[in-house]
Write a protein that binds this ligand. Structure first.
Ligand SMILES: C[S@@+](CC[C@H](N)C(=O)[O-])C[C@H]1O[C@@H](n2cnc3c(N)ncnc32)[C@H](O)[C@@H]1O
Length: 297
């Protein structure tokens, strides 16, 4: 089981971390291990604490990073627990923290995980099925119409939120939505020709329920709250986001941190992938990297 994920903004993010200076780094979203590998290559003494809430991601990364096994500490946990993870494995401070938010291609392309409206699979969407009890199917079976509408509007920025929520609740009379294609077809029927801007009509719906199932914005907020205070002097926090909701959280958090003399928000507008990268990896098109630098201790 090897990874199919292409790391996004790879050089830009590892340079931002100044990994070539050597140190202890946290990769809060280990995934297929692409960014961690680059950090390990940047200096022979670099150590990476690789966190992922997906056990399959950790197995894949272990395989890829086998030759660096003495310099990687693998942690199967949500990154909201970063503070206790860092405390357990270090003196409490690290030189850099990277978070490459969202899901990996390995997760999206595995139909059994239920993240994709392109392939039929169980409507699951959990990043960690060993600790998360609620799949997308059970969430949608139990939620009220108002809750479903809220997720669609807030997490999917879906302008047909009310219509889709109503259709989902109406559909429940005929049985539970259990498959990805059932949900994708329902959305397609409900808002067809409604102007999804060239994208599949269910794109925003799937994003919304994935964020709700995994409480992604809460997780990101907790990470942003803790991570700056785990940085050693001149340490860097680099965060890559993939949609405007996440990016807004990161932007506001870095702006607030930079009000104190301890931190500098390095690129006010963030860094976007080059045209070459977008052409070779379409998934990178919406990515944005923001970097916070610790300036004194
Ligand atoms: C975009 S991928 C990272 C890819 C990685 N940078 C690479 O180069 O292969 C995001 C990863 O973060 C993990 N993840 C997402 N949210 C998480 C959270 N709250 N806690 C821990 N891991 C999380 C996902 O399981 C996924 O493997």
């Amino acid at each position: 089981m090897s990874t199919r994920h292409h790391p996004v903004l790879l050089n830009e993010s590892v340079q931002a971390l100044r990994a070539e200076l050597g140190g202890i780094f946290v990769d809060a979203t280990l995934g297929g291990g692409g960014h961690t590998e680059k950090i390990l290559e940047a200096h022979p003494d670099n150590i990476v604490i690789g966190i992922d809430r997906d056990a399959q991601a950790i197995s894949r990364a272990k395989k890829r990073l086998a030759k660096y096994s003495d310099r990687v500490i693998y942690v199967h946990a949500p990154f909201s627990s970063i503070e206790s993870v860092v405390r357990e494995h270090t003196n409490g401070k690290v030189n850099g923290i990277l978070a490459d938010l969202g899901v990996s291609s390995d997760q999206i392309e595995d139909r059994e995980r239920g993240f994709s409206f392109m392939q039929d699979g169980p409507l699951d969407m959990r990043m960690d099925s060993s600790t998360q009890k609620t799949s997308a199917a059970s969430l949608l079976a139990e939620a009220s119409e108002d809750e479903i509408e809220y997720w669609l509007r807030e997490y999917g920025e879906e302008r047909f939120a009310r219509k889709i929520a109503h259709a989902i609740v109406k559909q429940r009379r005929f049985g539970q939505l259990l498959r990805t294609t059932q949900l994708a077809d329902l959305v397609d029927r409900t808002i067809s020709r409604g102007g999804a801007g060239g994208r599949h009509p269910a794109t925003r719906t799937f994003q919304a329920f994935r964020i709700a199932v995994n409480r992604e914005l809460d997780e990101a907020s907790m990470l942003l709250e803790c991570a700056p205070r785990l940085l050693a002097e001149n340490g860097r926090l680099a965060v890559i986001s993939f949609h405007s909701l996440e990016d807004r959280l990161v932007k506001n958090s870095f702006r607030n941190e930079a009000r104190s003399a301890d931190f500098v928000n390095l690129y006010k507008k963030g860094i976007k992938p080059s045209l070459d990268e977008v052409n070779s990896n379409i998934r990178s098109r919406s990515a944005r990297l923001r970097v916070l630098s610790q300036e004194s201790n």
